[in-house]
Ligand binder design. Structure first.
Ligand code: GLU
Length: 424
């Protein structure tokens, strides 16, 4: 039988990277041809124009996307990114990773992602609200509590999720909290959701340090990216006793071997918006941060920052992927060959965010709310279970930890697709 021609719609470095990861994993578990491409490619996408009236009265049209990769095991799930470099291909790759992530940790979801090409820091609050509402307005027939459930990602936050929930609810004619997660607590947001991704990254890092026999209070940590994930990871690791020796954002970073005062850094960013000119250590670049000697390196920003250019120069013992797709496939090979770095792959490492999103959705659907302790306890139990499954798969097949995680995630999606059969 001839192979179908694959559309070039998503073609980009990052989409090809996600596809190659899939191919490698599919080969490793001998995924049958009949289910391969069905499992690999995104199911559908929507591209929208978003006209926004600016403060000077002019109108700017932004472009936005939503890619639903897989809906075979439940509604699709994944964040919405507001960033000037968003592309459809990037959103598709991120949607694909959401599928493997939700499947790996056993959530009844598929994977999706959204994105808008915009630098949100260039919009005032009104413009941001209009853009967020317009995005949801365009998505009203494409998302829903049982169809596709968005959440925050890079450049979006609770407030934006609140506006989106309000927009959708106004259309529905009733409160529909379960349409997005990561909402303010006042609108049905979950206790613990804001810190969930970072809390999960820190928890898993601590668990892997324990496996290595390294006391967490002797660990030094460098964190690239000081947004929601990076800052919460830093706080949680510091609470476990680790020393945070470097942090950064897109303006650059700082290094302080004595440990960075996180409360000061967070207060500084709250008012200054970036870490630029934060003089609590020596100024370094993001590239330098990645190559610092440290126990734990946590890339918590964007994709493809660890490459074949710097992978050989990493000086960490644990690489905790708080971001999605921070390590290119070429870098992965180098890290594997080195054999001296424990890599906690993104689909496992940062899954705490979507796990607590699932808890939020459950609470919204049942109108029964949990305490923060309950949320965190359930989160850590799910992470422990996923970690154990990944490490068992790694040991059984002599896979890298990434391959172990991806094969588990992909296998479950493929099994569901095979079991459902093909609708004529
Ligand atoms: N954007 C987050 C992620 O990449 C969270 C997604 C969600 O909570 O649905 O996993």
């Amino acid at each position: 039988m001839s192979k179908a021609v694959v559309s070039s719609l998503y073609d980009s470095d990052v989409f090809r990277m996600a596809c190659r990861q899939f191919d490698k994993a599919a080969d490793a578990i001998s995924l049958p041809e009949a289910v391969r491409d069905r499992t690999k490619y995104p199911r559908r996408c929507l591209a929208v124009s978003l006209p926004v009236k600016r403060r000077d009265g002019s109108v700017t049209v932004f472009e936005g996307y939503r890619v639903q990769h897989n809906l075979s095991t439940g509604p699709s799930k994944g964040g919405i990114r507001f960033h000037q470099d968003v592309t459809l291909g990037e959103v598709a790759a991120l949607a694909m990773w959401m599928s493997w992530k939700t499947s790996l940790v056993g959530l009844p979801y598929g994977g999706a992602k959204g994105g808008v090409i915009v630098n949100p820091s260039e919009l005032d609050e009104n413009e941001l609200e209009h853009l967020s509402r317009r995005y949801m307005q365009e998505m009203v027939n494409f998302v829903g509590p049982h169809v596709d459930v968005p959440a925050p990602d890079v450049g979006t936050n609770e407030k934006i999720m609140g506006w989106m929930m309000d927009t959708y609810s106004n259309h529905a004619g009733h409160v529909e909290s379960a349409v997005v997660t990561g909402k303010p607590i006042a609108l049905g947001g979950s206790q613990g959701r804001r810190e969930a991704t970072g809390a999960g990254v820190a928890y898993l890092t601590k668990r892997y340090l324990e496996d290595l026999g390294i006391p967490v209070d002797r660990a030094t940590v460098a964190i690239q990216g000081f947004g929601n994930v990076g800052s919460e990871t830093a706080l949680a690791l510091a609470a476990y006793g680790a020393k945070i020796i470097a942090i950064s954002d897109y303006t650059g970073g700082i290094h302080n071997a004595k440990g960075i005062d996180l409360a000061k850094a967070i207060a500084y960013v709250r008012y200054q918006k970036t870490l630029h000119d934060f003089h609590e250590g020596e100024a370094i670049t993001n590239e330098q941060l990645l190559e610092l000697p440290c126990t734990v390196l946590a890339p918590c920003a964007l994709e493809r920052v660890i490459t074949d250019q710097n992978a050989a120069k990493l000086k960490c013992r644990v690489l905790a992927e708080g971001a999605n797709g921070p390590t290119t496939n070429a870098a992965d090979k180098i890290i594997e060959a080195r054999g001296d770095i424990e890599l906690i792959p993104d689909v496992l490492c940062n899954s705490g965010g979507v796990i607590v999103s699932y808890f939020e959705w459950l609470q919204n659907l049942s109108n029964f709310y949990w305490s923060r302790d309950e949320v965190l306890q359930k989160l850590f139990a799910m992470l422990d279970k996923a970690k154990a499954a990944v490490d068992a798969q790694k040991g059984k097949f002599k896979f890298s930890r990434r391959l172990a995680a991806l094969t588990l995630g992909i296998q479950r999606v493929a099994d569901a697709k095979a079991a459902r059969g093909l609708f004529p």
